[in-house]
Design a binder for this molecule. Sequence first.
Ligand code: PEP
Ligand code: MN
Length: 342
Amino acid sequence: MIIVMRKSATEEQIQLVMKAVTDEGLEPRRLDGVERTVIACIGDERATSAERFEVLEGVDRVMPVLQDYKLASRDGALERTRVPVRDVIIGDREIVVMAGPCSVESEEQIVSTARAVKAAGARILRGGAFKPRTSPYAFQGLAEDGLKLLATAREETGLPIVTEVMDPHNVELVGRYTDMYQIGARNVQNYALLREVGQTRIPVLLKRGMSTTLKEFVFAAEYILAGGNPHVVLCERGIRTFETATRNTLDLNALPVLQEWTHLPVCIDPSHGVGVTRWVPPLARAAVAAGADALMLEVHPDPAHAWSDGAQSLDFEGFAEAMDGIRRVAAAVDRTLPQPVA
Ligand code: PEP
Ligand code: MN
């Protein structure tokens, strides 16, 4: 079961409820959300009852949760989760677009991209400094120098940044710079890494693996939530199928399923999902039509010369055009996207 505390609950009341949970032989897992605190009870609940906790001060309600992913499950949630990334909220009416290059390459590249995507209505700057590459001989990212360049671009534009962390040992280092961690497709079941970011309170963009079932994906999110970090955004980025015409197959099925199973915001990444620049905008529009809360789009000043993923990156003009189309679909489904700045 999940114990939902009142918004007005005091720290002392929360502590007393945690103790009561322990006294009943269960393990309390506390999650401090933007709105309120919830306490998940882990263990065999047969020896206790909801009434035991409902009478405690500060408790709003006690809800049964049938799924094993107690913290991610929509059952225990009163409302959908909103994830704050500095001043940007993911999971509100506004579609949050995270845009930028696959890899951070230079100051000129990342700052010019930050300016261009901001002008077109993006709210978060993306860019990889630690890159998971298939070949060990391919460009692996600028590492900390790349993080510094992202921080410069944030200073120049005010856009919060999202960047990938691949190694549990780098969670602290990346956390010194970033406003949101990205956990990439290849690391979605790296449980040591999930646990480590779960110990922070920095928001996490968790990407689905290329052969992860939606159940496995939700359990990966549960690892982060169970550590006490409530700020998780799920990201579908394409899965492996028999199809070879596209890089991956963007599984938009994931959207309604994840939104039914969980209270977490869902982001769609059509760039990796389809892997071909000209096919990205229609899929971005489809994602918004189907209810996505956020989009991740790769944008580069000169895609033909990008150090990674140029074949799926939009240039500045293409991005602005894509955003116009996304804006029209957003309006049709009662969502918003910031207007471009002339
Ligand atoms: C990326 O965002 O550039 C990336 C490597 O993503 P994924 O983990 O989805 O492949
Ligand atoms: Mn990429």
